[in-house]
Design a protein around this ligand. Structure first.
Ligand code: SF4
Length: 418
């Protein structure tokens, strides 16, 4: 595991739950609907995380069971059937319905997988009903995507064809650009999961080579491997270094000619390095502290240190999958302090002690830290922004340079000179 120092910590946590990922999954698969089996608290969480109106259904596929419906178990099943029936009457275009579990003890008692089977058979297979958990007891916010994709894997048709499969939600234009690069390299048979329509699931088999776009897909990658696919070992496509290695991993697996690879990537890399330069000047030498939330922390730390010159004080991760993260860990500088898990109070004490220039954290911690004069970046922004690929490296750096710039503008010294 490179030369990093790995510590574990448990205690009070301050992270979003897996329900949050509904926001980007619904945007990705507009024909899918996510029915949160939960309470008003769940509705408020999504509303504040997404900044959208939860009941604006055309934009956002979520419905909430009322707490009173959860009081009796027998009633809860009936109520669920009634809500689903009404929903499908109103929204006949829904093709895939996810029942998303949450924390309240009444919800935990409902067997949602049995409910999903029952509803699929009632609906004669016209709508596929699946389930997964978004509960804050079991998941952090990106793990919701892992749960949803894992639920879809058994529905993927079998295939014997050689193909490249990109796994993990990307912004559509970013995905198109990455696919164009692979096509230029001669990799023609390329698909992505999740698909843009929930019914157009890619096929899978022993000649499928999976390139993960996101680091938080532990369960999904295990299921894909069980279906025979090979998971390519690679860093994640963040920054120039990570994206280049990620493309190279696929190129190697498909025996792409080295000269073709170099001539395709070189112009992209030199353009990206040029665009990165002004941000490197702003970020270089600044101290960075990442609190655990999105599971993107290690690739981000690697990018911000190796390409932007930031000094890593601590890299927190909610959960460390050593196998999926191996290539990333190898790229981190010696003695990087990685802390798996969270004891929020102890971590905040360390933040105060080290006085970093920038803290990457959840929305709940950002305000108090800002009030203490510490610049912050919400980790949730990383999952809503198009940050993957060589082309996007400068946009990614800009996300971190912006709060530092703002902090400088507001500093008493700057204000004196205005
Ligand atoms: Fe809160 Fe749990 Fe609902 Fe998430 S699933 S909003 S943590 S009650």
């Amino acid at each position: 595991m490179g030369g990093s120092t790995l510590l574990k910590e448990t205690g009070p946590r301050e992270v979003f739950c897996g329900l949050t990922s509904i926001v980007w999954l619904h945007r990705r698969m507009p024909d899918a609907f996510f029915l949160v089996v939960g309470s008003r608290t769940c509705a408020h969480l999504i509303q504040s995380a997404a900044g959208v109106m939860i009941f604006a259904e055309p934009r956002f596929g979520t419905a909430i069971l009322e707490e009173r419906d959860l009081a009796g178990l027998a009633d809860a099943h009936e109520e669920l059937d009634r809500v689903v029936k009404n929903l499908l009457k109103r929204r006949p275009e829904i093709r895939t319905l996810f029942l998303v579990g949450s924390c309240p003890s009444e919800v935990i008692k409902i067997d949602l997988s049995r409910a999903a089977e029952r509803l699929t058979s009632h609906l004669n297979g016209q709508v596929r009903v699946l389930n997964y958990s978004g509960s804050g007891i079991e998941t952090t916010f990106t793990q919701g995507e892992d749960g949803a994709l894992k639920a879809l894997v058994p529905l993927m048709p079998a295939s014997q064809e050689e193909q490249l499969l990109l796994v993990g939600t990307l912004a559509n234009p970013v995905e198109d650009r990455l696919k164009t690069i692979f096509k230029r390299l001669g990799i023609k048979n390329i698909d992505s999961f999740p698909p843009r329509q929930s019914t157009e699931l890619p096929s899978i088999g022993p000649r499928t080579k999976v390139l993960l776009t996101q680091p938080y897909l532990t369960d999904t990658s295990r299921e894909l491997r069980d279906r025979g696919a090979e998971i390519l070992q690679s860093p994640f496509p963040l920054g120039v270094e990570g994206s280049k290695a990620w493309i190279e991993a696929a190129a190697k697996s498909f025996n792409v000619d080295r000269n073709l690879l170099d001539s395709t990537l070189e112009p992209l890399i030199s353009r990206a390095n040029k665009a990165l330069k002004p941000y490197v000047e702003q970020l270089s030498g600044k101290k960075l502290f990442l609190l655990p939330e999105s599971q993107l922390e290690i690739p981000l730390a690697r990018f911000l240190h190796n390409e932007c010159g930031m000094e890593l004080v601590e890299v927190g991760v909610p959960y460390l999958n050593r196998e999926l993260m191996k290539s990333e860990l190898d790229l981190l500088p010696e003695r990087t302090r990685i802390v798996e898990g969270q004891h929020v109070e102890k971590q905040l004490d360390r933040v105060r002690e080290h006085k970093p220039d920038l803290v990457v954290c959840g929305m709940g911690l950002a305000n108090p830290l800002e009030a203490e004069g510490i610049s912050t970046k919400w980790s949730i922004e990383m999952v809503f922004s198009p940050i993957h690929g060589i082309d996007q490296a400068s946009d990614l750096a800009e996300l971190f340079a912006r709060p530092l710039h703002r902090h400088n503008l507001l500093s008493p010294k700057t204000l004196e000179t205005v």
